[in-house]
Design a protein around this ligand. Sequence first.
Ligand code: CA
Length: 525
Amino acid sequence: MTSIASVKPVTIRMHERDNVAIVANDGGLPAGAALPGGPVLREHVPQGHKVALVDIAAGAPVLRYGVAIGHALAGIAAGRWVHERLLQMPEARSLEGLPMATARPPTEEPLTGYTFEGYRNADGSVGTRNILAVTQTVQCVAGVTAFAVQRIKTELLPRYPNVDDVVALEHHYGCGVAIDAPDAVVPIRTLRHLSLNPNFGGEVMVVSLGCEKLQPERLLPPGSVPISDAREGGESGLDVVCLQDEAHVGFMSMVESILRQAEQHLRRLNARRRETVPASELVVGVQCGGSDAFSGATANPAVGFCTDLLVRAGATVMFSETTEVRDGIAQLTARAATPAVAEALVREMAWYDAYLARGRVDRSANTTPGNKKGGLANIVEKAMGSIVKSGSMPITGVLAPGEKLAPNQRGLVYAATPASDFICGTLQMAAGMNLHVFTTGRGTPYGLAAVPVIKVATRSDLARRWHDLMDVNAGRIADGPATIEDVGWELFRLMLEVASGRKQTWAERWKLHNALALFNPAPVT
Ligand code: CA
């Protein structure tokens, strides 16, 4: 336990209305510590947890970010630890009577002159990596595909030095599912759009079993795959290796087929070169995971500042995680660029409310034991900290889960996804993300195989301990030496370096990546 004399108390208060602040000191603060201009602590308050700045009466709102994150279940004296057990969580805001596209957007100058080196695709999109993806219709083929991909990496890839990697798009869908259920559209279009991610250069090859429900033509109907002049494929332009094809005699014959097809795509990918493109070609997905009370005070505001820079530069930024924005829906609908965008936001929230209600839970099922240990009392507090990743610009578009950005769609887009790190990342990748930013306070080694993930630590303690996993330390904002603007600009510049392939993220360097995880709200059979 720290002695009272040796430590200078540092607390973070987010809004002038707030009647609580969070303790920033490593290890928390002991009883007896006097807050500058505030009360003396009546008990030990752990790092990231809230302290009452004034006496809070029973039933009165506990205010952080200027909003009620709960109501006191009993009187809380100034200097007490405002523990989650002392709070009654508010009801979710009704989706009726919301302010629709009412906010006046900030007038910010366009940001010009920033570029990166990317791979221009035939459809106009730009890749930040040059990767061969092997699409699979069904989980049944995953083992064979993984075997073949291993051989492609060791035997073929060295001959195609301009290709960064070969990635198998493994998933658990494709059969044993109610494929005609209305909600099956979500996993099917997610898989289709994953294959078309800008980092795969428009080269689509598919491994199919043969008897599965999700037939290749259903996954990628004619017209969904761009046909390059050089493609030798059949009329549909779809290149499929079917394992049950009678021509295959034995396992090795299947593997050789996959290798033979892969080589055609590798040859074309290898001919590509990076070219200078404007920063407006970035398609950045932002999300957070393993959040703590610092997330909303350091890393997420820095990401929000960077989001504004990107939007000013003409780029696309997607924010997501429906349960983590639900409590801020009135802010979002107000910030919608048009009433139609506001209505689309409400539609996605209502759909998700109903989805959760079917499982007899609500948004409060989101928070984890680690969130609470990190000081987040409930989903309202978590949401207020999460939503700031979206910055301050008008919201110009909304995607339903698994939908893809329209060609040339730019600006700030709400891509509706669950908050699950893996599902959110997968859906943002399907939407067309070419760079991913991930903030964490508790710490997670999260990564994706096909899109670089820049990880931002909310606390310096985490950044120090995980020095070879975290790419940016936003904890310096709480410690004092850096401002939100400093870290926002640092992140922006790092994005251009990473997008250009001049820098690898730690997750890329160690080849840490998580599985793709589909969102399947439809029944399985
Ligand atoms: Ca998340």
